[in-house]
Write a protein that binds this ligand. Sequence first.
Ligand code: URA
Length: 451
Amino acid sequence: MSSIPDLIKKKRDGETLSDEEIKTFIQAVAKETMQDCQIGAMLMAIWLKGMVDAETSTLTREMMSSGDVMSWPKEWAGHVVDKHSTGGVGDKVSLVLAPALAACGLKVPMISGRGLAFTGGTLDKLESLPGYNVNQSAEQILEILESVGCCIVGQTKKLVPADRVLYAMRDATSTVDSLPLITGSIISKKGAESLNALVLDVKFGRAALYKDLESAKKLAQSLVNAGNSLGMRTGAALSSMDGVIGRCVGNSLEVIESVETLKGKGPKDLMELVTTLGGVLLKMTGSASDLSEGKKKISDAVIGGAALKKFQNMIEKQGVAKETAHSLCSAKTDYFSIMRKSKHQVELKTPAEGIIEDIDGLVLAEITHNLGAGRSKAGEAINHSVGAELLVSLGQRVGKGESWLRLHYDDRAPTSNQMNRLKDAVTVGKQTDTPKQHPSFVKELLLPDAL
Ligand code: URA
């Protein structure tokens, strides 16, 4: 068997590692028998020389097998699904999609993450709800899926331990942005959920990790290949991320917008993403004969209220008091009697009359993050009430001096520099006779078979 320095040398010299060699590396990482300097050197060798598809698949499989792999009752075979997003501004898709999929008869053991840097985390959003507990044991997850069909929980310590070690080392060695390492990290965790189908929302644009469609497509293809190699039917949507998904950014505000969407009053762009990603999963599991039937089923589950009922049951199972869950999901809800409202709100005005041509989502995300909505290092407390509400949409005609943004803040008040950046985040174009439509987020689908 090769020694660890031999393996590092082989990758350093640009050779392809065998399945056995990758297994040796990952087991040494998981069992903590490898020195940190050796892990760092191997990560840098992978970053520099890359991996062929077969190596990436083996890396992903070995990472998945480094810890517990969930198992499900055999009656659920073919119906266990999840989605992963590479991170967007105001990305609350999971909060609507998980219950909609459950309402369509699928099982959704959604294991989500927390926000870091300017991207929000689904777990942080749900924790705006008093009592919501993201920590659920494998037995509790099984019970919630049995009775409700979906859960949104945090990762347990026993799932993919190799990723925990590698992720921390990647951060410390500037090797985060490596296609095989990102692929191994994301897909191993989804593989450990023992899914039958997985859909990925890979974002590109100003407010995404990947700025252009071509580089996002490379990541999407790598993720799709690795997911399919583990036996999960895996598809991806490539969607643009320049503005905001829906109208709200910030934890409590995004929960409110998600619940409104589940009451059938959601913005069109959010519904487009939810129905497309859900439609792909319904098609891949054979629960719909084609994509358009899949989209319609998801849309009906949301508009008809079945998904709202699932959401209510899910949050109750995950610790929210029965009366609170009921009141949140009733026809008329005073949301701020359930979630705290920030102490201050300020409205920004349009600089001219015309058409809303652009809204810079990255600026909104960065400023609300700095005002307390996000964290700059793991474990930091966040303020769930801080955020921003768009009062206009792209393509809308506005007059001069109309309110276009409501900023919610608490003790950390925006500085004049931050207010100026926010003011510049909207572009009002020349007035034309016909207002433009909101452009579609989803630019392309990568699917295992043509749908
Ligand atoms: N999310 C992950 O879990 N891992 C990565 O490497 C990137 C995003």
